[in-house]
Design a binder for this molecule. Structure first.
Ligand code: NAP
Ligand code: ZN
Length: 352
């Protein structure tokens, strides 16, 4: 065991502050990584503030962070895919049972015994796992991703959650050239959804509550932008979408989007508002529409997404911050004041 520097929150109302956490010495299948950048996902905020208490109550102290890019510093004797000096990535998962039908299908994110990167029982050290707001992490090589060397690491970190969470459902629901695709909410996930839908060749429409984001949406790859609070603008698109990806983090009217789907169209929720959403049965019945959800993506698909982003030169638009600004960044995230993902430069932790 060794000590790593980290930022943690002591309660749902405490700010994140400097702390020291234990990390295990790498076992023979482990990879030790010096963390260079860690993105700030809205899920970090939900969990630090215990907003998902009904589903996954937060255990304190919590060290969040699951959009990790770093440099391999040490590997166990049995590790074959990574070596010291390589760039490596870690997303939302660090372990799974490897034997259930979900794991066998490459869908580890649905494993009943999944270990999340933070706030999951830690089967090595006891207590709970600690995430990427830290200078170092040790992870089983099955959950360590290769990072295309030409991508900038600060903008690549957010691909490990925001990238795969938008890539996976769009692949699953057949987003491709000739399809009309909506992305609801232009935040961290949403802006990745737009870049990816555009790269897949789909006609991409952004729905935003923030008229000031219109120009950015077009620059990021949208073909059209709809201000969702304008009912006339919404009505123009009634019954026309093949697929809509909903990334909204708070309560909103999902029925307004159901009505925009064509026959057999699907809307997938990836945003995880703490409170249940009301769904009109008629919105689903009338055109045999469907509503589904999607959780991140499996390990192989995450690697596929990273390689796709490498080939198409896609990274997040990242605002790099020192970790000392993390509490301010949470407030700015909540007021939609970030273009479009914070990425923490962990070099800033060295001086503390
Ligand atoms: P984010 O950067 O804060 O983006 C959320 C966007 O939703 C905002 O930029 C805003 O876009 C829109 N929005 C916020 N409040 C709204 C409201 N009251 N009504 C309508 N629109 C609103 O957050 P994120 O990091 O992208 O995460 C989004 C959600 O996905 C979070 O709930 C997060 O926990 C969840 N998540 C799920 C998964 C998964 O595997 N399913 C993975 C990662 C994250 P506009 O300004 O454009 O309207
Ligand atoms: Zn996330």
């Amino acid at each position: 065991m060794y000590n790593a520097k980290a930022y943690s929150a002591a309660s749902a109302t405490s700010p994140l502050a400097r702390t020291t956490i234990p990390r295990r010495d790498p076992t023979e299948r482990d990879v030790q990584i010096e963390i260079l950048f860690c993105g700030i996902c809205h899920s970090d905020v939900h969990q630090v503030r215990n907003e998902w208490s009904g589903v996954m109550p937060t255990v304190y102290p919590i060290v969040p962070g699951h959009e990790i890019v770093g440099r391999v510093t040490k590997v166990g004797a049995a590790v074959t895919k990574h070596k010291p000096g390589d760039l490596a990535g870690v997303g939302c998962m660090v372990d799974s049972d490897g034997t259930c039908p979900e794991c066998k299908a490459g869908l580890e994110q649905y494993c009943p015994n999944l270990t999340l990167t933070f706030n999951s029982p830690d089967r090595h050290l006891g207590g709970v796992t600690y995430g990427g707001y830290s200078d170092s992490i040790v992870v089983d090589e099955r959950f360590v991703l290769r990072i295309p060397s030409k991508l900038n690491p600060a903008g690549t970190a957010p691909l490990l959650c925001a990238g795969i969470t938008t890539y996976s459902p769009m692949r699953h629901w057949g987003v491709t050239k000739g399809k009309k695709v909506g992305v609801v909410g232009l935040g961290g996930l949403g802006h990745m959804g737009v870049k990816l839908a555009h790269a897949f060749g789909a006609h991409t429409v952004v729905f935003t509550t923030s008229p000031k984001k219109k120009e950015d949406a077009l620059r990021l790859g949208a073909d059209e932008v709809v201000v969702s609070r304008n009912a006339d603008e919404m009505q123009k698109h009634a019954g026309s979408f093949d697929f809509i990806l909903d990334t909204v983090s708070a309560e909103h009217d999902i029925n307004a989007y159901l009505n925009l789907l064509r026959r057999d169209g699907n809307i997938t929720l990836v945003g995880a508002p703490p409170k249940p959403l009301a769904v009109s049965a008629f919105g689903l019945i009338m055109r045999r529409r469907s509503l589904s959800g999607s959780n991140i993506g499996g390990v192989a698909e995450t690697q596929e997404m990273l390689d796709f982003c490498g080939a198409h030169n896609i990274t997040a638009d990242a605002e790099v911050i020192p970790i000392q600004k993390v509490n301010e960044a949470y407030e700015r995230l909540l007021s939609s004041n970030v273009k479009y993902r914070f990425s923490i430069d962990m070099a800033s932790l060295k001086s503390e």
